[in-house]
Design a protein around this ligand. Sequence first.
Ligand code: ZN
Length: 133
Amino acid sequence: MRKTSMETHRRQQMADITERVQAAVEAAGIEQGLAVVYAPHTTAGITVNEGTDPHVERDILATLAQLVPTDGSYAHAEGNSDAHVKATLVGNSVTLMVNEGRLALGTWQRLFLFEGDGPRRRRVWVEVVNSRP
Ligand code: ZN
């Protein structure tokens, strides 16, 4: 397993982690296989979405905020319940295919860490599995 970490910069954001995960795939040195990308956190997640138009990030965060308001009626006393719920909606891992040594992503796709309770240091773990040993 390869471990990376990064700083997020806002309470909630979508941080593009495509290049850091691609670097982990290249370090593994495989041509064909799978990359499991995992966030070991309870208020952050991992997802794939569009990385070209920044309005998409804005729309995703705005929609999550509508669905899960920051000041909702929550029992968890830490004050970040919205982040816990949003992290569950986003999910905390994705599995991507690796083809010819590269993450196999669609034209508009990028890989994101969803930050729900930043800014803070976040870890991303990557396991690369070779399907043609
Ligand atoms: Zn909490």
